[in-house]
Design a protein around this ligand. Structure first.
Ligand code: HXC
Length: 268
């Protein structure tokens, strides 16, 4: 679908996306690139990274991939530093890496719980922590008056309660807390805007394949005001709004992009 934005709204910006090689992260990489940004993507799987980088480059987008796991602080530091070496600065950090599986609390080992917390929550904090030096006003490649941006991909599961998702609900609740607290403290001290997006069910993603097999998709329609799944494009357009000048006064918010699903009830 054609973008409603001008093609230069992220011109000259450098974005680093964890999980930027697949799913929602890759669509954000693509749309950021199409709107003028240079793209660094971080991921664990070399083949996924390579394919994503080639695909971006075939669109004329400046792109580079760095292997790394957000659970390892040394990987986070190395990837942030490599991004700076490659592009000279960092303007936008997108935390899109996530882990998920369906499991009941009684079947979930504490290590399984911790694994998702480590990827989603601790990983997000670690990336923010390692990127601060470059995102803050006056950081390498930045002016002394303007800081960069952080965008955290969250969910709506934890607004209520979700079956078989206790680990992800806890992890994304923590991500939302990081968004608010960093917006307060780093917004004030370093002029960094920190926001989030909470996607609803988005078609053609690992999340949907794992969480909602095909037979469940039809059932969603009974609940959904817009009677359809979202598209990765919808999330990328929200990401463009939040990270471009259009969103310059938005800080500390997590924008729900779910067609109204989380607050809806079945018709009766
Ligand atoms: C129960 C499980 C499990 C499962 C893993 N574990 N899978 N427990 N059911 N299906 C437990 C293991 O038993 C182990 O605990 C611990 O978790 C670590 O497992 P590993 O396999 O060693 O972990 P690892 O190889 O690091 O893989 C991480 C992962 C994996 C999260 C388990 O699924 C992954 O890498 N996912 C990344 C891609 C992904 O899932 N993306 C989708 C994001 S969708 P023990 O005790 O046995 O040692 C998304 C949407 C959210 O985030 C919102 C939706 C609305």
């Amino acid at each position: 679908m054609e973008s409603p934005y001008k093609a230069n709204i992220l011109k000259g910006k450098v974005a680093l996306l964890t999980g930027g090689g697949s799913g929602i992260g890759f669509e954000i990489s693509t749309q950021f690139g199409k709107h003028g940004a240079s793209i660094a993507i971080m991921g664990r799987r070399k083949n996924v990274l390579d394919a994503a980088v080639s695909s971006l480059q075939s669109l004329g987008i400046q792109a580079v991939g760095f292997e790394g796991d957000v659970r390892k602080q040394e990987d986070a530091r190395r990837v942030v530093e490599s991004t700076i070496k490659h592009f000279g600065k960092l303007d936008i950090l997108v935390n899109a890496a996530a882990g998920n599986f369906l499991v009941s609390p009684e079947d979930l080992s504490p290590n399984g719980f911790k694994t998702v917390m480590d990827i989603d929550s601790v990983g997000t904090f670690t990336m923010c922590h390692e990127a601060l030096e470059y995102l803050k006003k006056g950081g390498q490649g930045r002016s002394s008056s303007s800081g960069g941006m952080i965008l955290n991909i969250s969910a709506t599961l934890h607004y209520t309660a979700s079956w078989y998702q206790i680990h992800v609900s806890a992890a994304k609740a923590a991500v939302d807390a990081l968004t608010r607290n960093l917006a307060l403290e780093w917004g004030t001290d370093y002029d960094i805007r920190v926001n989030g997006i909470a996607p609803g069910p988005i078609g053609d993603t690992t999340g949907m394949r794992k969480l909602a097999p095909d037979e469940m998709n039809a059932k969603f329609r009974d609940y959904m005001p817009l009677y359809k799944l979202g598209e990765k494009w919808d999330i990328a357009m929200a990401a463009l709004y939040l990270t471009s000048e259009a969103g310059k006064y938005v800080n500390g918010t997590t924008l729900v992009v779910d067609g109204g699903l989380w607050l809806s009830r079945p018709r009766h």
